[in-house]
Design a binder for this molecule. Structure first.
Ligand code: PGA
Length: 259
């Protein structure tokens, strides 16, 4: 068994409707009545479908997550979703700092950091996304960007709280583009991120922290990515929208995690 259990998480983004979301969740729940030894599985549906999806996965081992949350206490914040609301539907996770939030909603590392603190304070586990853009990768600035994002997003996060964080390395140029980082390329960033944690926190914490890879993960490339020693699972967009495409990725996680 690997020291770190894999996590395969589906980020549905602004996809599905009530019917397809419920069917997708029920289809997964049907296959996941019992824990897989090697991997944990989570799905992050659009917030309006949390109630239906939560009911559809009841009695299964599928875990639920939100795609974002507010850094404010509940109150007059039109359109926002508070961590409490995610917890009402038994969400374990919340994705924070996704590149689409950073890009289309101008989320800075400082904003992400405030969200991280609020989510942790309320009892959620965080899937914290970091990753460089194409031009940054081409300029050889990947590690500089990762360092900046980790420093900003994790400011004042204690070692105890870090245990409730999963980092997702998602190179922006690989998200939804069909371009995947090669396993070696991804592994290099994962090693950098683990070393970053070892330096800023300590080596024990770095050894237990899970670092997921995200960006065009699909059945055809999941195993070779997840087999890399520092890749502890996947954050999956497109390929998480169909049970028959998501399932082989879960199986890859279970195979790797069980070895
Ligand atoms: P993708 O999305 O798998 O569709 O590239 C991944 C993500 O944005 O989390």
């Amino acid at each position: 068994m690997r020291a770190r259990r894999q996590l395969v998480a589906g980020n549905w983004k602004m996809n599905t409707n009530l019917k397809s979301a419920t069917e997708l969740a029920a289809g997964l729940a049907e296959k996941l009545k019992q824990d897989l030894p090697g991997t944990e599985v989570a799905i992050c549906p659009p917030a309006p479908y949390l109630a239906a999806v939560s009911a559809a996965i009841a009695g299964s081992v599928v875990k639920l997550g939100g795609q974002d949350c507010s850094f404010e206490e509940p109150g007059a914040f039109t359109g926002e979703v508070a961590p409490e609301m995610l917890l009402d539907f038994s969400c374990r996770y919340v994705i924070l700092g996704h590149s689409e939030r950073r890009q289309y909603h101008a989320e800075t590392d400082a904003v992400v950091n405030k969200k991280v603190h609020m989510a942790l304070k309320k009892g959620l586990h965080v899937i914290l996304c970091v990753g460089e853009k194409l031009e940054e990768m081409e300029a050889g600035a990947t590690e500089t960007v990762l360092d900046r994002q980790m420093t900003g997003s994790l400011a004042s996060v204690t070692p105890e709280d870090l245990a409730k964080i999963v980092v997702a390395y998602e190179p922006v140029w690989a998200i939804g583009t069909g371009k995947t980082a090669t396993p070696a390329q991804a592994e290099k960033s994962h090693v950098f991120l683990r070393q970053w944690i070892a330096n800023r926190y300590n080596p024990q914490i770095a050894e237990t922290l899970r670092i997921l890879y995200g960006g065009s993960v699909k059945a055809a490339n999941a195993l070779e990515l997840l087999q890399m020693p520092n890749i502890d699972g996947a954050l999956v967009g497109n390929a998480s929208l169909k049970v028959d495409q998501f399932w082989p990725i879960i199986e890859a996680g279970n195979t790797v995690g069980s070895n």
